[in-house]
Design a protein around this ligand. Structure first.
Ligand code: FAD
Length: 465
């Protein structure tokens, strides 16, 4: 095989692409990885999951000391050095993308920096510092997603910004309006609220965190309100105009008519759209659906021989771990193994405090699907560890099949719910019942006991509530 021909070419080095490349190299493939960014890790490591979590962590420390320190005997003036806080975030990102770079090198994957596009279904052109063409027996499109722009509120990178700028502001805005009450909006809204901004969240739907149980959305709103965020639901943004003293005025229509919000910045987080521009998909004969996503079958095939797609650029939840799983499954399929992703049990998390996590179906989805469920709940107010650690805001909800007791969905609002949901996912992956969780010994005192108690509550036998 010549230096410019590969068993596998991966377009896009995000969690989908780089993980697919690493697994394929592990399985003996000669792999090329292409990304227009100089650093690996895609949206997630560079401007998504990781920097947002670093900022949430720094501001959690701030909030713990400033807002809760007094009763623990911690007093004194606490000041924020935004530059240092951003530097810490940048160094976390640098370490991680560097680590992925080392893994790629160690597995002898050839990295090409530049914009990749199809010349034909087995040839890719790369426009980087030089123009190169490479051939692949298999090509994977893992070009991810970008922030959706509202046509009447175009990004200017200054006053109207996306999360890309929202994770790197140089000054703390006095007023920040977040458009969209989903995961990204709530996380970044929380970061800037903790840093001192007055944050208004404007949401088109009648609830925030719309992909969770109605009850969870309501609880999340109550808790975040208590922390200082203001919510304007059922409110449709319509445009903006210049305000006084360099401010921007966001125009919207709420249930009671027109409303305006004066702000220093407007952060738009209303969703993400697949990235396919520049790929010249037509040269390979690859098709997209009505939402611009690349069409694939159950084995990630685009229908064009040897061309596959994974991650945010295809259907399904836009989550890093979903992209990673698809990357591994595809590499394994190509190697003749039985790669598989269980789409029924993909956890989703909002990393506020408390965190909001779910896996499987919600109560509303059960109703829509005509499923008969029994539900157990356990509030964190009745959990010893939560009491000992200022973490009583939250609840665990377990939905089990009314007849078989099989767990169909779990929602957790709790500190570290992102970690707690892993146990729930494992039970569900093995087709476990509420009884299985109820009979599993959980360490005391831990927040995870709330999961056990919620599972016991499915049959009305929780011990501590
Ligand atoms: P991406 O990570 O988007 O990577 C695609 C890569 O392809 C990019 O590096 C891009 O430069 C490259 N590319 C595109 N076109 C070309 C081309 N033509 N040629 C060469 N390269 C190209 N998900 C979670 O699971 N948990 C979280 O906590 C979380 N937090 C998030 C926070 C924020 C602020 C954002 C924006 C996203 C967050 N996400 C989170 C979503 C997560 O980042 C994505 O689901 C994930 O990155 C998708 O992975 P991917 O590999 O499909 O694509």
């Amino acid at each position: 095989m010549s230096d410019s021909s590969f068993d596998l070419i991966v377009l896009g080095a995000g969690p989908g692409g780089y993980v697919c490349a690493l697994r394929a190299a592990q399985l003996g493939f000669k792999v090329a990885l292409v990304d227009k960014r100089a650093t690996l890790g895609g949206t997630c490591l560079n401007v998504g999951c990781i920097p947002s979590k670093a900022l949430l962590h720094s501001t959690e420390i701030l909030s713990a000391a400033r807002d809760h320190g007094k009763k623990h005997g911690i007093t004194g003036n606490i000041e924020v050095d935004l530059e240092a806080l951003m530097k810490n975030k940048d160094s976390v990102v640098k370490k991680l993308v560097g680590g992925v770079g080392q893994l790629v090198k160690a597995r002898k994957i050839q990295f090409f920096q530049g914009l990749g596009s199809f010349v034909s279904s087995d040839t890719v052109a790369i426009e980087g510092e030089e123009k190169t063409e490479i051939k692949g027996k298999n090509i994977v499109i893992a070009t991810g997603s970008k922030t959706v722009e509202l046509p009447f509120l175009p990004f200017d990178g200054e006053k109207i910004i996306s999360s890309d700028e929202g994770i790197a502001l140089k000054e703390i805005p006095e007023n920040l309006v977040v458009v969209g009450g989903g995961a990204i909006g709530l996380e970044l809204g929380t970061v800037w609220q903790r840093l001192g901004s007055k944050v208004d969240v404007v949401e088109f739907l009648p609830k925030i965190a719309p992909n969770y149980d109605e009850e969870v959305s309501k609880l999340a709103e109550r808790i975040l309100k208590k922390q200082g965020l203001t919510f304007h639901k059922s409110t449709k943004v319509t445009g903006s105009h210049e305000g006084k003293k360099g401010k921007i005025v966001l125009e919207a229509e709420g249930s009671k008519g027109k409303v305006e919000f004066e702000a220093d910045k407007v952060l738009v987080s209303v969703g993400r759209a697949p990235v396919t521009e520049g790929l010249k998909l037509e040269a390979a004969g690859v098709k997209t659906d009505d939402r611009g996503r690349i069409e694939v079958d159950d084995h990630f095939s685009t229908g064009v021989d040897g061309v596959y797609a994974i991650g945010d650029v295809i259907k399904g939840p836009m989550l890093a771990h979903k992209a990673e799983e698809e990357g591994v499954a595809l590499a394994e399929n190509l190697a003749g193994k039985a790669g598989h992703v269980n789409y029924g049990v993909i956890p989703a998390v909002i990393y506020t405090d408390p965190e909001i996590a779910s896996a499987g179906i919600t109560a509303e989805q059960a109703k829509e699907q005509g499923l008969s469920i029994k539900t157990g709940k356990f509030p964190l107010t009745a959990n010893g560890r939560a009491m000992a650690t200022d973490a009583t805001d939250g609840v665990v909800i377990v939905h089990a099949d009314a007849k078989t007791d099989k767990v169909l969905g779990i929602q957790i609002v709790a500190r570290n719910a992102s970690e707690l949901i892993a146990a729930a996912v494992t039970h569900m992956e093995y087709g476990g019942s509420a009884e299985d969780i109820a009979r599993t010994v959980h360490a005391h005192p831990t927040l995870s006991e709330a999961l056990k108690e919620a599972a016991m509550a499915v049959d009305g036998r929780a011990i501590h509530s």
